[in-house]
Write a protein that binds this ligand. Structure first.
Ligand SMILES: Cc1ncc(COP(=O)(O)O)c(C=O)c1O
Length: 345
């Protein structure tokens, strides 16, 4: 298998749009910029942003120990996921494999891109059924999505299962690590060199506390990144988002402090939920949320709304009957959740 063979034919031959800022990047230099039809009067954002987001990538490269040429940024990881569909999946021909219950956007993006979705349920411990997944693939299977830690189940997949799938799946394996900063497991970014068919997505929306600026990250081989770069919209990360990301990534101490506090709160919630009568099962969590099985999810969801608490009702998802998903909040939000849960009847 070569990665080039997995690409759609039109993508192989496409030539990227060359933007004005691609041709001359350093907009801060003392030049007269008469190339991009911008308004010359300053508003602080009258210039187009860096299409390659070099400063943000340099910071991420340093943090993750990876070359900038192996990083692509998207307007949220949702855009990165969409680019992967567009690069690899021929509409009405190819298929992708997902492992429900999992993040809902894979299914939405498959439908949007007219790509067949093959679903192989997780087992009762929410782990991938490796043999069934391998058996399900055919020569049109282009992407396999492994969400680890998985949303909504909150667990990480076993590393040996992931490795087996990377080796035995004939297409590209996408590990969605949106919640990796809350996990005990090591990120697969450190093993990218070993597997040309591995793509890892992460995001600044969760641990980094920047959901509002929409920055998702793709780590992959230089070749895959160069392909995605050709097809991404030229200015997909706006200037304000780049500026905000740079500031936040310069203060990792603060991010770590917040993550530690979320992990402490997660531990506290897991302990306190243990004695609550409406909660029938608490699933282990490797993320910043907890999945629980309650006696009647629809009823408890509505009662929580009435008390001013919005949670996610996952009862209609496969293997999640009567399950609610609670995001770990601030200590006072968590206190409120616990006191309401204790008193529901
Ligand atoms: C597993 C998973 N991947 C990706 C995303 C989307 O992240 P972003 O905000 O970067 O688009 C989410 C958001 O909830 C998620 O749960």
């Amino acid at each position: 298998m070569t990665i080039e063979n997995l690409l759609r034919d039109n993508i192989k031959s496409i030539k990227a749009y060359s933007s004005a800022r691609d041709e001359y990047q350093d907009a801060s230099a003392k030049m007269a910029f008469l190339d991009a039809n911008e308004n010359p009067f300053t508003t602080a954002v009258n210039r187009y942003p860096d299409p390659q987001q070099s400063k943000v990538k340099e910071q991420l490269a340093e943090i993750k120990g990876i070359e900038t040429s192996r990083i692509l940024l998207g307007n949220g990881s949702d855009e990165v996921l969409d680019l992967l569909f567009r690069a690899f999946c021929e509409p009405n021909v190819d298929n992708v494999i997902t492992l429900p219950p999992t993040y809902g956007m894979y299914k939405v993006l498959a439908a949007l891109n007219a790509v067949e979705l093959k679903e192989v349920l997780l087992d009762s411990n929410f782990q991938p059924k490796v043999e069934e997944i391998i058996a399900e693939q055919n020569n049109k299977s282009k992407l396999l999505f492994l969400c680890s830690p998985n949303n909504p189940t909150a667990n990480s997949f076993d590393a040996d299962k992931i490795e087996r799938l990377i080796k035995d799946f004939n297409g590209v394996v996408v590990i969605d690590e949106a919640y990796i900063d809350f996990s005990d497991q090591e990120s697969w970014v450190s093993r990218l060199n070993e597997f040309p068919n591995l793509v890892i997505t992460q995001t600044l929306s969760k641990a980094y506390g920047l959901a509002g600026i929409r920055i998702g990250i793709c780590y992959a081989s230089e070749y895959i990144i160069s392909v995605l770069n050709k097809i991404k919209p030229p200015y997909n990360i706006n200037q304000l988002s780049q500026d905000k990301a740079i500031t936040r990534l310069s203060n990792l101490g603060k991010v770590k402090q917040e993550v530690n506090s979320i992990l402490k709160e997660r531990h506290r919630l897991l302990q306190q939920m243990d004695g609550i009568s409406i909660i029938k099962k608490i699933y282990p969590s490797d993320a910043n949320f907890i999945l629980v099985k309650v006696d009647d999810a629809n009823k408890r969801y509505s009662q929580l709304i009435e008390q001013g608490i919005v949670v996610r009702n996952r009862t209609s998802q496969a293997l999640c009957q009567n399950c609610l998903r609670f995001t770990v909040g601030t200590s006072s939000e968590n206190d409120k959740l616990m006191s309401v849960l204790k008193n529901l009847n």
